[in-house]
Design a protein. Structure first.
Length: 120
């Protein structure tokens, strides 16, 4: 996997385990430093944001599967100006999340979400 910002190859190929800015888009340490350092985002706070906006948080926005292993996807990475707002977040199962990060894209309602797509 490459850095979201500068495209340099990262040591960790798994975006779930890569050090980043607290979202699912990993960045290298230099880009993290340029962005003002790590800005961890609390997943419980993000889920409360989505729940408060009336969004479903118990099932995948892509395929509809429900379960305890759902993940939060940031449409626009934090390092690129994205935030923890309702419009920038999707709840996805690991399979759909992988598809987005691998470039395959997933259907969410009438939209198809691709890697690097800007928020709504």
């Amino acid at each position: 996997m490459n850095c979201t910002s500068c495209a340099i190859e990262l040591a960790s190929p798994d975006f779930r385990g890569a050090a980043g800015l607290g979202d699912c888009w990993p960045v290298c340490s230099l880009c993290a430093l340029k962005a003002g350092g790590p800005r961890p985002v609390n997943s419980q706070e993000l889920l409360r944001t989505l729940y408060g906006a009336g969004r479903r948080i118990s099932s995948c926005a892509g395929c509809g599967v429900s379960g305890s292993e759902l993940e939060i996807h940031f449409l626009t990475p934090l390092v690129s100006g994205g935030g923890g707002t309702e419009a920038n977040l999707l709840v996805l199962c690991p399979s759909c999340h992988d598809k987005v990060h691998q470039g395959a894209g997933i259907r969410v309602g009438a939209r198809i979400i691709h890697r690097g797509e800007s928020g709504r």
